[in-house]
Design a protein around this ligand. Structure first.
Ligand code: PDD
Length: 277
């Protein structure tokens, strides 16, 4: 496969970044993951809006105008061979003359676009995901889609070592989100998800799921999610661009509900599945 790096499409084996790149040295950059179905990016403008917001938070000017991003991502779909893909895009503050925490006077951002096949989450969806709760040890700006993902990586690895597919992160008694997903809980027949804030990434999939539920007249609420509420939940779901919507069937070693994907999940997934077609 090929990727777009600093202005051109290159075979992956020839794509090289300087050791002085601030993404490499400091994790000084932001990213997006955009799902593509049948060659069509899902919620492209919302992803580009979030990229713009992330760049704003790290005070890095967007290196490309919106129209150029659209063009480039269309090229990426073509490079990936169309079909179902995940487009990874990353912007770092680029190489600097020397390692210095403060910004270089004139940053030359590094831009990467990397298409890859979208892994089919169908089997995982059918069996249901296993999750564990772990402390949220991340910094306070989780609404920024920063490439600095060490705490997320450690949480996901710990989950994997416990035989789980995802970690749900708990801060001050509240569940913020997963290591790479947002979280939904069904309690008293109402779908609940934490409200947006600095504690979590404003997921594009989360917004879409909420929108689809509301259109279908299903009750849902954005409200803080006490970790204590998880144990008695009727259903738990997680959402992300790459895994779409998944039912959670086990939490910290105990079944969620009757231990099978729930009826509201089936409705939500049908809505999502129909929308992405
Ligand atoms: N992660 N929360 C975190 C911490 C995430 O990393 C992600 C996505 C989400 C879900 O956001 P969205 O629905 O916009 O994908 C929530 C991507 C897929 C990743 O890092 O690979």
């Amino acid at each position: 496969g090929r990727c777009w790096l600093d202005g051109r499409w290159l075979p992956l084996a020839q794509a090289r970044v300087s050791v002085l790149d601030r993404g490499f040295l400091f994790g000084d950059g932001v990213y997006e993951v955009i799902p593509v179905y049948g060659g069509r990016p899902l919620r492209l403008e919302q992803h580009l809006d979030r990229l713009e917001a992330s760049l704003g938070h790290i005070r890095l000017a967007n290196p490309l105008p919106r129209a150029r991003w659209r063009e480039l991502l269309a090229e990426a779909v073509h490079e990936g061979g169309g079909g179902d893909l995940a487009l990874y895009l990353q912007v770092t503050r680029g190489p600097a003359p020397r390692r210095d925490h403060a910004f270089p006077a004139e940053p030359r951002p590094t831009v990467l676009v990397l298409p890859s096949p979208l892994a089919d989450a169908g089997a995982l969806r059918a069996r249901g995901a296993v999750v564990v709760t772990l402390p949220d040890i991340r910094w306070r700006w989780c609404h920024v889609k920063a490439i600095t993902l060490l705490a997320n990586v450690l949480a996901r690895q710990q989950a994997a070592e416990l035989g789980a597919d995802e970690a749900l992160l708990v801060r001050d008694g509240l569940v913020s989100e997963g290591s790479a997903s947002n979280v939904f809980v069904v309690a008293d027949g109402v779908v609940r998800t934490p409200p947006k804030g600095e504690h979590m990434l404003p997921g594009i999939t989360r917004d879409l799921v909420l929108e689809l539920l509301r259109e279908a007249g299903l009750p849902c609420r954005e409200e803080p999610l006490p970790a204590a509420r998880l144990a008695g939940a009727e259903e738990i779901w997680i959402s992300s661009s790459t895994r779409e919507l998944l039912p959670v069937v086990r939490l910290d070693g105990r079944p969620v509900g009757d231990g099978r994907p729930g009826p509201l999940f089936a409705r939500a997934w049908a809505l999502y599945d129909a929308y992405r077609e």
